[in-house]
Design a protein around this ligand. Structure first.
Ligand code: ATP
Ligand code: MG
Length: 587
């Protein structure tokens, strides 16, 4: 450590909110260069490389073949799949000196498809799995939490190419199993959840989420084994109801009811005078009887104009923008601004109802619970007025449904078994069955045994290698610092010479380190001329799993061993220490 390119910090960096970010910076693993752009210092690079190697070993074990594409890519392949446009502001675009368009690759489906098309032609060539471990570039809207969400980040991306749907399912299954092995080796606590397929297109898709309070993804799970990212939860729609016999819709003057809560109170207080409604005399109105219409605007990829979009959800639920975005991808979605309301005076804020929306040609999507025959209390498009008993299929017909309402703990599980619980996670891996989307874009065919072309079907599988460094740190740290699992720690053993300059202790530390290295362990030796307190604090901060203290006891032939994870301290004899420590590390 006296010569290691490392300076630890006592203070948390000002821009850091989550533990992994604070600790990785404080412990000198990474340094920020620009928002979402980080350098790896020696310790950080060691951890990154160890994780990368675990990922590589598991990919090789399922027959993956490693290749490497450039990160600097021409526009044309991404134009062929429309992703040059669909990615919108999320890709880094650049021009060469001749004015040619380039991008920094955000993901490489196009290039892999073209590579296979370039080399392979016969059905005998398939199946094949190719992968790379390479920096990706995405101009993330909110780079966050250090390396958790970078704008440059290391990803393992692999792609499977199969002749048949069954073949694709098998390739997918192999990746799934490989991911399970990788994440177990990394000592992570993770869940596999159903996912949406996002900008990739395609069908079957699952995410691996490292459980963590600080994760950006919310997932739900039910007692019957159902687990999904909330973006992928499909709301079980109740059965349609008969329209006949429902009371007629009636507009009521509902003064001072700008919020759902005030509206519900008003309705319940004035229920008798409001006349009979389908709520029935035996129960009260609740927020779930109201239909809240939220105004958004959307823009299709490549378009310049925004279009209005209204979303109707039961009034007891908020609109979850991430779910809306996932549902409307690849379109961009934004909340309406004051100027949009001003430009559309038929939108009476707080009292927007289906009538004004549909009279004015606003696209109107509703929550799946808003089925034919259900009656709602909603805005009457006039200040202080609401309409009661507005029946779907009789009084208004939405343009379709959208999964927009928040998913909550306690909601019924879509598999019909029990209710959902919610937790947060960090997306560390994602596996997709792409199907033939990319093969179609590039006409990737194999010549079959009958000499007829067979369209290839693909899968795409990503692991956030650099994000994993942070994900492991999120799950494995304490107040004093990082606590690495052995499989990824930058060193096996941290030897602390517990003195500023005592020559015997320095010699003792150096000879122990040499013996440990001879026993095959990697060692970091704190031979700095610093006080023991500083050295102990740094040992805790760096997070190497086994700490050996060479201190006063050495004169009596003992060393102190500290387990970083449990805090347990034991005295061991100096004699045979290297073998004993090696046994602990390997166990
Ligand atoms: P997210 O939802 O977190 O933005 P994504 O769904 O866009 O991720 P994929 O396209 O599925 O990501 O990429 C594969 C993997 O790459 C992800 O599972 C994640 O682990 C990692 N990854 C994606 N974006 C980033 C990023 N900005 N920084 C670090 N890792 C990332
Ligand atoms: Mg993903």
């Amino acid at each position: 450590m006296s010569s290691l390119f490392l300076r630890t910090l006592r203070e948390d960096p000002a821009d850091a909110e989550v533990p992994s970010h604070k600790l990785l910076v404080r412990a000198g693993y990474v340094r920020r260069v620009a928002p979402g752009v980080y350098s790896w210092l020696p310790l950080g690079l060691k951890v990154l490389r160890r994780i990368e190697n675990i990922v590589r070993e598991e990919m090789d074990a399922i027959g993956g073949q490693e290749i490497q594409f450039p990160a600097l890519l021409p526009r044309e392949p991404y134009e062929a799949t429309n992703r040059w446009t669909e990615y919108g502001p999320n890709i880094f675009r650049l021009k060469d000196r001749k004015g040619g368009d380039y991008l920094l690759g955000p993901t490489h489906e196009e290039l892999f498809t073209l590579a296979v098309k370039g080399e392979y032609s016969s059905y005998k060539d398939y199946p094949v799995v190719l992968y790379q471990i390479q920096n990706k570039y995405r101009d993330e809207e909110r780079p966050r939490a250090g390396i958790l969400r970078g704008r440059e980040f290391l990803m393992k991306d692999s792609y499977s190419f199969d002749l048949t749907d069954e073949g694709l399912a098998e390739s997918y299954g192999k990746h799934r199993a490989a991911y399970i092995r990788m994440f177990e080796r990394l000592g992570l606590k993770y869940v596999i959840v159903a996912a949406t397929s996002g900008a990739m297109g395609g069908s079957a898709s699952e995410e691996f989420l490292a459980e963590s309070e600080t994760g950006e993804d919310t997932f739900v799970r039910g007692p019957g084994g159902y687990a999904a990212n909330v973006e992928a939860v499909t709301t079980p729609a109740p059965p349609a109801q008969p329209i006949e016999g429902k009371p007629a819709a009636a507009v009521h003057h509902t003064p001072d009811t700008p919020t759902i809560e005030t509206l519900v109170d008003f309705l319940n207080a004035h229920y008798e005078s409001a006349g009979g409604t389908s709520v029935g005399a035996d129960r009260k109105f609740t927020a779930a009887d109201t239909l809240k219409n939220v105004l958004l605007k959307t823009r299709q990829p490549g378009a310049t104009d925004w279009e209005l979009l209204a979303i109707g959800v039961p009034g007891d639920r908020e609109v979850d923008m991430k779910r809306v975005e996932a549902g409307l991808e690849p379109a961009e979605v934004a909340l309406l601004e004051e100027k949009d309301f001003a430009a559309n005076p038929f939108l009476v804020k707080g009292y927007i109802g289906p009538k004004a929306l549909q009279d004015n040609g606003v696209r109107y999507l509703v929550d799946p619970r808003v089925v034919t025959g259900t009656a709602w209390v909603t805005g009457a498009d006039e200040v202080d007025h609401h309409v009661v008993d507005l029946v779907v299929g009789r009084d208004f017909t939405p343009d379709g449904t959208v999964e927009a309402a928040e998913v909550r703990a306690g909601d019924p599980s879509p598999d019909g078994q029990g209710v959902l619980e919610a937790a947060r996670g960090i997306e560390i891996g994602h596996i997709f069955q792409l199907g033939r989307k990319y093969a179609n874009a590039f006409s990737l065919d194999a010549l079959g045994p009958d000499s007829k072309p067979v369209r290839i079907t693909m899968g795409s599988y990503g692991v956030g290698v650099s994000r994993l460094v942070a994900a492991v740190a999120e799950q494995s740290h304490d107040e004093s610092g990082l606590v690495w699992p052995r499989s990824v720690a930058p060193f096996d053993v941290h030897v602390v010479i517990a003195h500023k300059n005592n020559p015997e202790l320095f010699e003792g530390g150096e000879s122990l380190a040499a013996e440990l290295e001879a026993a095959g362990l990697s060692v970091i030796l704190d031979d700095r001329k610093a006080s023991p307190g500083v050295k102990f604090a740094d040992a805790e901060l760096l997070g190497v799993p086994t700490i050996v203290v060479v201190g006063r006891g050495l004169a009596e032939g003992t060393l102190e061993l500290k387990d970083r994870a449990t805090g347990e301290r034991t005295e061991i004899p100096r004699e045979g220490a290297a073998e004993a420590i090696a046994a602990i590390v390997r166990s």
